[in-house]
Design a protein around this ligand. Sequence first.
Ligand code: 13P
Length: 255
Amino acid sequence: MRKKIVAGNWKMNKSLSQGLQLIDEIIAATSDLPSNSVLKIIAPPYTHLASVSEKLKSVTGFAVAAQNCHHMPNGAFTGEVSAEMIKSTGANYVIIGHSERRQYFGENDTLLAQKVNVALANNLIPIFCIGENGDERKTNQHLEVVKKQLKEALFHLTPIDFSKLVIAYEPVWAIGTGVTATSHQAQGMHNYIRSEINKKYGKDISENTSILYGGSCNPQNAQELFACLDVDGGLIGGASLKTTDFVSIINSFAN
Ligand code: 13P
């Protein structure tokens, strides 16, 4: 059975002390939940990874993700962080291909395929982000766009490697805008992504791949989105920075 996951992508927010306080509050507020009901992933900035991992290592039901990694294993890349370094902090996941990386840092699917490879080689699980922008949705190209992203960044993987991944569908027009995909739009796309995975890797792998939704997910809309058959959780930005909102989204699975 595929994992239910709620992941908080803090982006470039929170000092170390603020971040650790937020984690303490989230741990306290989720202590009553059965630990295996929803996997909670925290994706803080690089600088906080070791401290956050240390804090969460004895708390069941939590994992830690980086927000990015470099595409080369090591070398003269001043200011960059490798997958091996991330793994050495205790983190087990890495977000790859976020639309902000694609948009502001010019990352394309050829580069992202290399990041996925280096992450897997270091036993990090990629949370791979895909999604169309507003124009692509308006002109009805969203399915083609997502298909191309899957094909170019992920479909070179062996079935064993692909089965380790988590996918996040994040329509760019919904990120940080307050405009959420409707449950109909989310389910339609998630079902399409699963069908493309099925075509390439077969039913077993497609049925076991967790596909998260991201983009203005909040306590008001999470329950309806998570009720969709092919939505296995969320990748949460803004609402992951507030304990009550993030915990309320996590609880959406329990209600
Ligand atoms: P928001 O939840 O702030 O829209 O951000 C979503 C996101 O980009 C998560 O990676």
